[in-house]
Design a protein around this ligand. Structure first.
Ligand code: ZN
Length: 154
């Protein structure tokens, strides 16, 4: 059992037995990655990037383990690194997923009484409607859209 667990140790090409820690711009290819994040250069094939940097490069960690890391401000700030060569392209949601997301948001933003869709989520669980329907607080017309087919009474 103990032997099996030891077999699962993650092998790290940058590992020299000590916990890896880099200062600002000291990681492998750090300068090239920073330039790519800023749109000033190509995405390097190898190197270590933080999750935010991966995102800016259109990548995601893709299931790899995070490794420590970057530390700055005397070790009070830390970030985890991911290997660019193991990162995968960022997933773009399918149309069906987008539709499902929009439907879920619409349910939370639409007042069941006046059918207006607000740009924020309504307190449906507590008030059950928008503030204007609940207690007459006038809603800012800039914060909602009218349901399709609805025309303003003028
Ligand atoms: Zn309402």
């Amino acid at each position: 059992m103990a032997d099996e667990l030891e077999d699962l140790v993650d092998i790290d090409v940058y590992d020299d037995g000590k916990p890896v820690e880099f200062g600002w711009l000291q990681g492998p290819n750090a300068a090239a990655i920073l330039a790519a994040v800023r749109g000033q250069g190509p995405v390097p094939k190898t190197g270590l990037a933080t999750r935010r940097q991966l995102r800016a490069l259109g990548l995601r960690p893709g299931g790899q383990n995070a490794m420590p890391g970057l530390s700055w401000r005397n070790g009070r700030r830390k970030a985890y690194f991911y290997r660019i060569e193991l990162a995968l392209p960022k997933r773009t949601p399918t149309l069906a997923q987008e539709r499902a997301l929009d439907r879920a948001m619409a349910a939370r933003q639409t007042c069941p009484t006046c059918r207006r869709r607000y740009h924020y989520c309504l307190p449906l669980r507590t008030l059950g409607s928008c503030l204007e329907c609940y207690d007459g607080t006038p809603a800012d017309p800039a914060t909602y859209t009218l349901p399709p087919g609805h025309t303003l009474a003028a």
